[in-house]
Write a protein that binds this ligand. Structure first.
Ligand code: PBG
Length: 329
């Protein structure tokens, strides 16, 4: 019996890898991945981060070796988190992180592209991303002043990009003005964590960066500065504001639970978009894979494909260093 003309035969283009490759709409490239790095002051030796397979808390020495190994695998773009030993309430000292930037740039120069996370949560004794005014309030403006000072130190030390992740109001403008006054704005990219949600998926990171908030009931989490998961409009306004203040790249974070936000915002605001596949998301796949409940590398590629589909150019992932191997050729 002849098949009715109007019947769609969509399986024709699924029948073998050749037609499937030819008809792909989304292509992953390891060139658009950024690998996070943690360097911890006073650490005796390189130590794995629980649940983040293949990710380590590095010493100053092991950091250089790790980057060398990554370069050999073709990973050249990094996001550095400096974790100083002594924690403070104010008057932070950014020397440790600055020294790591200088060492990386001295050793690898323009072979690497180095972004540096700008936040205070690894610097404060309470783990919040800013200065506490009283036990209950993270003070906006004094925090912004410290963040701008940090960004300036990092840019002077040779960072190619500064990436503020604190979620204070006005920090992009302050960083921009500070860099501009010092003649560093032209060469330093500002990547704003513009749509950063208050999320449970940051758990493993806070172990790695000593940054779990230790406040009282009112400050037990970061809900007074990070975006509420139920408020996509806040993410839009925050990203629009950061774009106007001079951010070069915007970001949605976490990734998978917020792909609807990424899709909408990347359509509305035409700047390059990064997405941060955060520690809990990466670890969830790794833990399932370790239980033989799924194929880890293929699951990561599937998740990354979804992030691209939603509009990301840049993917920040703990698995970036595996991307050249895991992405099908
Ligand atoms: C710090 C910061 C966080 C992450 C990047 N910068 C965590 C937080 O807000 O507690 C998240 C990274 C991750 O979970 O992988 N402001």
């Amino acid at each position: 019996m002849a098949r009715p003309r109007n019947l769609m035969t969509l399986r024709k283009l699924r029948q073998n890898p050749f037609v499937r490759e030819l008809t792909q709409e989304i292509q992953l490239s390891a060139n658009q991945f950024i690998q996070p790095l943690f360097v911890v002051e006073g650490l005796g030796s390189k130590a794995p981060v629980p649940a983040l397979t293949g990710v380590f808390r590095e010493t100053s020495e092991s950091l250089l070796k790790q980057v060398e190994a990554d370069l050999e695998k073709g990973i050249r773009k990094f996001l550095l988190f400096g974790v100083p030993q002594s924690k403070k309430t104010k008057g932070f000292d950014f020397t440790f992180t600055t020294e790591q930037i200088k060492a990386l740039k001295k050793n690898f120069g323009s072979d690497i592209w180095l972004a540096v996370d700008v936040c205070l949560c690894s610097y404060t004794d309470h783990g919040h991303c800013g200065i506490l005014e009283n036990p209950h309030t993270v003070q906006n403006d004094s925090t912004v002043a410290e963040l701008a000072r940090a960004a300036l130190h990092y840019a002077e030390a040779g960072a190619d990009c500064v990436a503020p992740s604190d979620m204070m109001d006005g920090r992009i403008a302050a960083i921009r003005d500070t860099l501009s006054e010092q003649g560093l704005l032209e060469k330093t990219i500002i990547m704003s964590y513009s749509a950063k949600f208050s999320s449970r998926f940051y758990g493993p990171f806070r172990e790695a960066a000593d940054s779990a908030p230790k406040g009282d009931v009112q400050l037990k989490d970061r809900a007074t500065y990070q975006i509420d998961p139920s408020r996509p409009t806040d993410a839009y306004l925050s990203s629009l504001r950061d774009a106007k203040e001079g951010a070069d790249i915007l970001m949605v974070k976490p990734a998978m639970p917020y792909l609807d936000v990424l899709k909408t915002l990347s359509t509305k605001i035409r700047l390059p978009w990064a997405v941060y596949e955060v520690s809990g998301e990466y670890a969830a796949i790794e833990l399932l894979a370790a239980q033989n409940l799924m194929d880890g590398p293929k699951a990561h590629v599937e998740a990354w494909t979804a992030m691209k589909r939603a509009g990301a150019s840049i993917i920040i992932s703990y698995g970036a260093r595996h991307a050249p191997k895991w992405i099908p050729k």
